[in-house]
Design a protein around this ligand. Structure first.
Ligand code: MGD
Ligand code: MGD
Ligand code: MO
Length: 768
């Protein structure tokens, strides 16, 4: 099978801009998926692989965390899921010879696209102190090096252990045990940059940080509000669920600064209607809101509901409010006091538009609110999401069929990782169960999250950094600061499938530990293994890869963690107070890990039998199942939140940093953002035409983006092409990770600590 040579980096001079698409998916989507896959995997492997995505006995798609329905289509994949699979199942290889050929300094000059295109990592590699090149190292020596560095710490808190959300439940559970066994809770994860604001707001208000709806609830909803999410690109399978809801009579309202293709119209490649008729019009209404205006919108909706209730007495679910909630009076008082004028300014919408949306709520018997990064990455995101919950609580739209909160997760197992204990501040009940199971005392002092980890590294307080997946150097804010922070450590370790920039921005020494991906067969002494994952709707199921591993030298994540644990916790040199377990058995048979999970984590009883033959089970969720709210008062909590929204200084724009259609976070699949009409380049900034004129600039001009923050540091992203685009006045958009250099480390959301990636004040400085 002919294999195309990897491409070179992106040549921005080939940038071409066309009008944005009016619908998502459909035949072009499927064609693109197949083309991308064949290029990387060849024809046979493409067919073998894609037919197993999300089937009951196949592997879980790493594209996103949207659930698979009970009735799976033969091809339960989407264009971008196929691209995610192709990235992993690629036939290209990064070998020891590759590292002999390319110095680290040279690789740093390459862009993310080029690095990712080199293929799968094949052998453990070490970058010795002062060395210019990575060289091979065997697994025992690599793991011993980590163990020695950990043993030499003055305090376990000098080590930091990052996790990205692709890690299986089994690996995540063992990893947090390893880290707590060492004696720290320094467990930052990608979630800190992602849905942490959702977790914070939901835990405070409904007692559990997870979504409360099932796929059936989406299908049965009478109103679905989708705010701050671009499902056509990032959760394409969600569009099928929305189409079904629509057929059942649901009204869909999209709230977004950008008219995203997938929100407007959807051509379903799996239904003949989609193919023949040009698709379903999904959104009935589109509210083109200003960046960060959503708290004001939801306060306006609360205000409207209150006014209609005062006239008719039929809007509020009074019985639910009285029996199951607290704080309604304070909330309503605050809503009365918020002036419409401020709501209109913050949202950029008219009072009429907001009242019409309010009327849709009044008319709805069951409302679901879905959201993603557009609502979680602002300074006031937690308050914003509390106000979303307030509106739903007024009508009792929680724990009822067709209604609830739906934070749509990103990474395919990010929710499961948190369930397994990847969190710097797990509740006492978790610690107690873990201690009882493993005969040790886990540390109770809270650890660092992602931003705090970077601060600690910057201060020289961290000696060992380990990443279980992900691309810490590139996904985090304030790129220059983060890279310097990583350089202050003694050892950086990356457990990875593909080459990325985190392998190049290292501590004094560095290790690359190559691991199996989800698509690959995982054979251990105890036979062929499967792992488990939890989707966005708390459903747990098994995943089993079928492809031959990318190299004979790969170890599974479970094996890597189990072996490192054995080095640290067994024998005469065991760390004092270490957890007690048969570490080799964990590697031999992952069912032995699941037996431990079942005894430590609530909701996993009979774990093994409940995932037999492709079965799945749904974890308990008090609010959803029985309207029991595990908050301190035992009730759902209305909150009164002062209205906040971003203020944009004159001559400046508010920049949001987003994903293109051709990327998976820091992995760049290609150079197009088809739905938005951007082709052949990524260094673009989307700006309202009136702002372009007001700033004395022109469409197509080349500018530097310079961000402004109270610390007075100049942060600059160079050479971006201005593209006139439909976005509210004062708002702009550009792709991440190129723009992470602009996000100040100290600019984080209140309470959740999430970097404000959707709210960066910038100046456009012409390049002369
Ligand atoms: N193909 C693909 N799939 C992915 C990913 C990927 O990179 N590629 N990433 C995965 C991950 S980890 C995640 S978290 C999800 C991310 O999924 P999304 O959250 O959809 O991703 P973003 O590109 O960040 O898009 C944010 C959306 O919110 C809108 N928005 C921004 N600010 C505001 C605001 O203030 N108010 C409102 N109402 N809207 C706003 C933007 O215009 C955009 O439509 O996708 C997951 N799935
Ligand atoms: N400015 C800005 N910054 C953002 C965001 C934003 O919207 N704007 N979004 C944030 C969000 S939502 C997220 S989730 C983070 C993402 O942050 P991360 O999760 O850290 O980043 P990814 O790009 O998803 O990680 C990609 C790398 O993961 C490795 N990998 C892939 N599969 C596997 C596997 O199965 N096992 C192992 N061990 N490794 C694997 C590969 O080596 C690949 O290079 O970025 C955040 N950063
Ligand atoms: Mo994410």
């Amino acid at each position: 099978m002919a294999r195309k040579a990897p491409r070179t980096g992106i040549d921005e001079s080939r940038l071409r801009v066309t009008p944005p698409a009016r619908s998502a998916a459909g035949i072009p989507g499927v064609m693109h998926a197949l083309q991308a896959s064949v290029e990387q995997m060849g024809v046979v492997r493409t067919a073998q692989t894609l037919l197993r995505v999300n089937q009951k006995t196949g592997f879980d798609c790493m594209g996103c965390a949207w659930p698979e329905g009970d009735h799976r289509h033969t091809a339960e994949f989407c264009e971008n899921g196929a691209k995610a699979v192709a990235e992993e199942a690629t036939l290209r290889r990064v070998t020891p010879e590759f590292f002999a050929e390319h110095s680290v300094a040279e690789l740093r000059e390459r862009d993310d696209y080029w690095l990712g295109q080199q293929g799968r990592l094949t052998a453990p590699m070490v970058l010795a102190e002062g060395a210019t090149h990575y060289t091979p190292i065997d697994w025992d020596a690599a793991l011993a090096l980590i163990a020695d560095e950990i043993r030499s710490l003055d305090s376990p808190d000098q080590a930091v252990f990052y996790t990205s959300g692709r890690t299986s439940n089994e690996a995540a559970f063992l990893y947090q045990l390893l880290v707590r066994g060492i004696g720290t809770n320094n467990l930052p994860d990608c979630s800190n940059m992602c849905h942490e604001s959702s977790g914070s707001a939901l835990t405070e208000t409904i007692g559990i940080g997870k979504g409360s709806v099932s796929l059936d609830d989406i299908h049965r909803a009478s109103l679905i509000i989708i705010a701050g999410q671009n499902p056509g690109t990032n959760h394409p399978r969600m569009l099928s669920a929305l189409e079904k809801a629509k057929r059942n009579g649901a009204r869909i309202i999209a709230v977004n600064p950008l008219p995203e293709a997938g929100l407007i119209r959807f051509a379903n490649p799996q239904s003949p209607r989609g193919l023949l008729l040009g698709g379903t019009v999904l959104a009935d209404d589109f509210l083109q809101i200003r960046l960060g205006g959503d708290q004001a919108l939801f306060q306006g909706l609360g205000k409207h509901l209150l006014e209609v209730e005062e006239h008719t007495g039929t809007v509020f679910d009074r019985a639910f409010i009285a029996e199951c909630t607290t704080g309604v009076d304070g909330y309503l008082e605050a809503m009365r006091a918020t002036p419409w004028s401020e709501i209109v300014t913050a949202t950029g919408l008219t009072e009429r538009q907001i009242r019409d949306t309010g009327d849709a709520l009044v008319a709805s018997g069951a409302t679901v609110v879905c959201w993603a990064m557009g609502l979680t990455q602002h300074k006031h995101s937690v308050a914003m999401l509390r106000d979303v919950v307030n509106v739903l609580l007024l009508q009792g739209s929680i724990g009822r069929s067709g209604a609830g909160v739906c934070p749509v997760r990103g990474h395919s197992n990010v929710q499961g990782d948190r369930t397994m204990g990847i969190f710097e501040r797990m509740p006492e009940s978790f610690h107690a169960a873990l201690d009882a199971e493993f005969g040790f005392v886990s540390p109770r002092t809270h650890g660092v999250d992602t931003v705090a980890a970077i601060r600690a590294m910057r201060e020289g307080a961290v000696r060992v950094f380990m990443g279980l997946g992900g691309n810490f150097a590139r996904a985090t804010p304030d790129t220059a600061v983060t890279e310097e922070a990583l350089a202050r450590t003694r050892l950086t370790v990356q457990v990875s499938t593909k080459l990325n920039r985190s392998h190049l921005m290292t501590g004094r020494r560095a290790l690359i530990l190559p691991t199996l991906g989800r698509t690959e067969r995982d054979v251990q002494a105890g036979g062929e293994q499967r792992v488990t994952v939890e989707d966005s709707m708390s459903s747990v199921h098994a995943s089993r890869g079928r492809l031959a591993p990318a190299s004979d030298e790969l170890l599974s994540e479970v094996a890597i963690i189990a072996r490192l644990s054995a080095l640290l916790f067994e024998g005469p040199d065991a760390l004092p107070g270490a957890p007690v377990a048969d570490w080799a058995e964990f590697e031999r048979d992952y069912a032995s890990v699941r037996r431990r999970i079942a005894r430590v984590v609530p909701g996993f009883d009979d774990f093994e039998s409940r995932i037999e033959k492709g079965a799945s089970f749904v974890l308990p969720h008090g609010a959803r199942d029985s309207r029991t709210f595990p908050t301190p008062s035992g009730r759902a909590v209305f909150t009164a939140n002062p209205l906040e929204y971003p203020r944009i200084p004159p001559g400046r724009l508010l920049l949001q940093t987003i994903r293109s259609h051709d990327q998976y976070n820091t992995t760049i699949y290609g150079e197009d953002d088809r739905y938005r009409g951007i082709h052949g380049g990524r260094r673009v900034v989307l700006v309202n035409p009136d702002d372009i004129a007001a700033l004395g600039l022109a469409d197509g001009d080349l500018v530097d983006l310079v961000s402004e923050f109270r610390d007075g540091v100049e942060r600059r992203a160079e050479a971006f092409r201005i593209v006139a685009y439909s976005t509210p006045r004062g708002n702009a958009a550009a792709y991440y990770p190129e723009t992470n250099v602009l996000v100040p480390l100290d600019s984080v959301a209140d309470v959740s600590g999430t970097p404000t990636s959707k709210s960066v004040i910038v100046q456009l400085v012409p390049v002369r």
